[in-house]
Write a protein that binds this ligand. Structure first.
Ligand code: NI
Ligand code: MN
Length: 253
């Protein structure tokens, strides 16, 4: 189509790319279930992150028994990330991908479809690949026992690539992500106190080279309540688009 001996017609290249993408792109649909729990629908395959719904009064509108993900990804063992993991895994028979210690803990509770991994590992699920990346955070189970290391996830499909940070501080390890991946959007915690706050989340957005951020881990408990207007202003000043999701709402990215 192009004659490479002639200068490339830049404008027609843009038009071509636009039409191509509208034809084939499946836009991810993100639904918020409160705190750090989201589902991401990638063209019919549904991934659920860090299920914590039934103990969260703000998410009482969500009927946990209706959630039927294909895959559940869990970043660490804290109660506010695993509370509904067993029940949703059992009712959906979703494949649970998590650090090794967490899949062991789930198997003891009768969850069969577990896939243990650890930081640095990748798995190809067919419709997407999932890579476990470092998070700077602690990890233990609700009874205080050891839950391995906390992780984040980078998910890459044909149509999109995104980062789910889990609970983490701002850390220079985030710089490794854009070396390997071109992120379209990212879920970052920004409630402060237990994770990074708004200012550090903006720093993280810069390190991962992503200007489309969905905030999480805010407003669930008093120590992590944030000033929404201030958060939006700070992100805007940094030229990063912030979405503070609303529980039970689905957004298309
Ligand atoms: Ni945590
Ligand atoms: Mn947490």
């Amino acid at each position: 189509m192009y004659n490479y001996e002639k200068p490339v017609n830049y404008q027609s290249g843009i038009v071509f790319r636009f039409e191509f993408q509208t034809l084939i792109t499946v836009r991810p649909k993100v639904t918020y279930y409160g705190h750090s729990c989201f589902s991401v629908d990638l063209g019919g395959k549904n991934i659920l992150f860090d299920p914590f719904i039934s103990p969260n009064p703000q998410a009482s509108i969500i009927d946990v028994s209706t959630l039927m993900p294909d895959v559940i990804l869990i970043t660490h063992g804290h109660g506010d990330h695993v509370a509904d993991a067993v029940s949703i895994a059992k009712q959906s028979n979703a494949q649970v991908i998590a650090p090794y210690e967490i899949t062991e803990w789930l198997q003891k509770q009768g969850v069969e479809n577990c896939f243990p991994m650890n930081t640095g590992g990748s798995i190809n699920l067919g419709f997407a690949t999932v890579k476990l990346v470092k998070a700077e955070h602690s990890s233990s189970f609700p009874d205080g026992s050891y839950a391995g290391d906390a992780v984040g996830f980078v998910i890459k499909s044909t149509h999109t690539c995104f980062y789910y940070a889990g609970d983490t501080a701002l850390t220079l390890d985030m710089q490794l992500i854009p070396i390997q991946f071109k992120l379209d959007f990212a879920f970052l915690p920004l409630g402060d106190n237990f994770t990074m706050g708004v200012v550090d989340a903006i720093g993280a957005a810069k390190l991962i080279d992503c200007n489309r951020i969905i905030g999480m881990h805010f407003d669930t408990f008093p120590p992590i309540s944030i000033d929404h207007q201030e958060a939006h202003e700070l992100f805007k000043k940094a030229d990063v688009h912030l979405t503070l999701p609303i529980i039970n709402q689905t957004i298309e990215l």
